[in-house]
Design a protein around this ligand. Sequence first.
Ligand code: C5P
Length: 315
Amino acid sequence: MTSVTVLVPAKVNLQLAVGAVRPDGYHELVSVFHAVSLFDEVTVRPADRLTVTVEGEGEGVVPLDRSNLAVRAVELLADRLGQRPDVHVHLRKGIPVAGGMAGGSADAAAALLACDTLWRGATPREMLRRLGAELGSDVPFSDLGGTAIGTGRGERLAAVPSVGRFHWVFALADGGLSTPAVYGECDRLREVAGEPVPVPAPREELVAALRAGDAAALGAAMSNDLQPAALSLRPALRDTLDAGRAAGALGALVSGSGPTCAFLAADEAAAKTVAVALEESGTCRTTRVAYGPVGGAKVVPTPRLRTNESTPGVG
Ligand code: C5P
């Protein structure tokens, strides 16, 4: 086998309910994850040593060393399989970087699956997800895809049935937001307000809307406890959310820890209208139209020829 390519989706949190800080420093969560059709493509091939190249979103910004979650994924799986981690990893990124759409987690999930396939590890998917959870709370969902409720720190997953296809617009921002900084701001705002920290629970209206394939009800039921914190750190996102709502979005919220904003539209045509209005509003860097749910990480059956992958690895 000369190379393996894995396609992996972005996520948006339809609900992100954040509870108390646990003794391990993570927050107790209920997260309704939804995989959408923005993808990263991760290709691994045997090499002299572990190297990474990046193309697309975040090119020149995404780290090429051990702070890249894909590198840690390769090392973790190599260690478990008693294998040397000598591969070249090429990240072809369509998911915004540090955007609250689990791009780094997606790359880690894809790297685990790609290397396991390359090395013929035959590791059960459930085990790959368990390894993924060691790397980050969102990694198991990037592998699973679809729509799922995550509990614990977000890594314990149960699939949620849904009907039909939901149409989305994502407004991408300049620069990212640090996930730990947004959680920290959430804690700070709660402390200042002096309110008791809620016990996170899934919203029944949201689960019912998914089951019914009812976009209007889903739009009304979406919520993100990290949104006040993201808006506190990036007040300009209010204008982005307002612009999408004014253009007819059924629901608008910050995606995960932000700064990407997510807009649910009634159908594909409405999504295009919202995207055009957002672009014209000047309140975001660019937009992407997508749909969900889509499946999780999967091996691309036929390797595609890409001239730009012949560039020698850096890092
Ligand atoms: O698990 P992951 O490494 O993706 O999490 C990134 C950061 O987000 C953590 O270091 C922590 O600050 C915050 N986090 C949290 N509670 C969670 C998940 C993430 O506080 N359940």
